[in-house]
Design a protein around this ligand. Sequence first.
Ligand SMILES: [Zn+2]
Length: 68
Amino acid sequence: MTKNCTCGFEGSPKHNDFYDCVEYYEEKNGKTKGQWMIDWAKKSKKSEAKRKPSGFSAWIDNAEKKVK
Ligand SMILES: [Zn+2]
């Protein structure tokens, strides 16, 4: 398990970053790979009207803080 892997996957190929874990989780749950990004885009469109400063990078920042 690499230090960047949060899901505990120990197979191959190894997870090198947060996205590998997310996609692995999606595959395990029968979701489409990359669905999280599509979901995020949908949420982003909904909140666009509010013009929040917190965009994709803020979302990733939060996610990476959780990893550490
Ligand atoms: Zn992982």
